[in-house]
Design a protein around this ligand. Structure first.
Ligand SMILES: [Zn+2]
Length: 371
């Protein structure tokens, strides 16, 4: 999964006079053969390189990046991902591959900095779930994002001593079973905490028998205890679709509650005392002044406005010049991703809420302010 830090680092990455090739591929069932991806990838990269108007020298460098990406696609790159994002700039040593949990439109952009807009939605940690399923000797960890689940066996490498067979060395041959189980659960708790610190997630779901769940919860770090979204009764040997089905119910309830809570705070219908704005006009003004703590948008809702092709600044429909660089702006059907970029640049959080919580009537956008 993608961390906020990775995306922010990419946002700030500048290749100077060099070029970065940003490549997105949606992994659809209709293109089930690697060959089909290669052909598609070749076409869209060729078009993007052609449009960039490069010098012969630069073109040769970018062609190397194209070949490297095509080479990558020849391998088995799909795994459980539904999309792929690759940022390559051989000239500056940049090579980053992200397997995305959701499909993205195929796209290739050649520019002096990475094109990261499509990734911004994926860094909303509030919508990322970690599921830990444990019994007295074994444990498994999954991540879930908008209905996609992946098992994360690699995270056990974060804490030494874990055996491939699914248990810790100390726990496996212990004569005093209770002690061993406690030690095991402590390891599980440590592992999940390391994972939380490294990658981040908004909500934790604990699965297993009730006794184990309760014991595990008690020894979790207090940060993690606060992220508990719920418990599910699943067996350690369950397949991932069984874990997903159980976890989805908790996700739906949690997302509805979270959306309602954020919308209430935004719409002033709460006594939580937040300073907020709603609607596109007030939100862009707050962004311009650097006042936004959390930008909130309705997931899937398009926000019409004006966009500056030069610096990425945005304003309401009818605006003539960019509030950031004073150049001419043009009408744009959906500026939601550009709003997210501006927010992340200011170190603000970006949060997406479900439809139906009441924010649609306010252009689908609002913000919780710092001051
Ligand atoms: Zn501008």
């Amino acid at each position: 999964m993608i961390s906020r830090k990775q995306v922010v680092d990419l946002l700030h990455f500048k290749a100077g006079s060099g070029w970065v090739l940003s490549f997105y591929l949606g992994i659809g069932v209709y293109k089930s053969k690697a060959k089909a991806y290669e052909i598609e990838a070749k076409d869209i990269m060729k078009a993007a390189v052609g449009e960039a108007g490069l010098s012969d020298d630069d073109r040769a460098k970018v062609e190397e990046d194209v070949q490297k990406i095509l080479g990558f696609l020849k391998m088995d790159f799909k795994g459980r991902a539904r999309g792929l994002a690759i940022f390559a700039s051989g000239g500056t040593g940049l090579w980053q591959v992200f397997r995305l949990p959701v499909a993205v439109p195929d796209r290739c952009v050649v520019n002096h900095s990475p094109y990261v807009l499509p990734m911004l939605k994926l860094v909303d940690e509030g919508r990322r779930y970690c599921i830990v399923v444990a019994d007295k000797t074994k444990a498994r960890v999954f991540t879930m994002y908008q209905g996609e689940i992946s098992e994360r066996t690699e995270i056990f490498d974060l804490v030494p001593g874990w055996h491939k067979q699914g248990g810790w060395a100390q726990a496996r041959f212990q004569r005093h079973i209770k002690d061993a189980a406690n030690k095991h659960l402590k390891h599980v708790a440590d592992t999940v905490f390391e994972f939380y610190k490294g990658e981040g997630f908004g909500h934790l779901i604990i699965g297993g028998a009730q006794e184990v769940r309760t014991r595990l919860f008690r020894i979790l770090h207090s940060y993690l205890q606060r992220t508990l979204a719920g418990y599910v009764t699943v067996d350690i040997a369950s397949n991932s679709s069984e874990v997903l089905a159980a976890a989805r119910r908790i996700e739906e309830e949690t997302e509805t509650r979270r959306s309602q809570k954020i919308a209430r705070a935004l719409l002033g219908d709460s006594d939580q005392g937040y300073m907020t704005v709603t609607g596109l006009k007030d939100t862009v003004r707050a962004l311009e002044k650097g006042r936004v703590h959390t930008l909130v948008m309705v997931d899937g809702e398009h926000i019409e406005g004006c966009l500056c092709g030069d610096c990425g600044g945005v304003d309401v429909l009818g605006a003539k010049t960019c509030p950031y660089c004073r150049k001419k702006v043009g009408r744009e059907g959906d500026i939601s991703e550009h709003l997210a970029v501006l927010a992340v640049h200011q170190d603000a959080e970006v949060s997406y809420v479900n439809k139906g919580a009441g924010l649609e009537a306010k252009d689908g956008v609002g913000a919780i302010l710092r001051w």
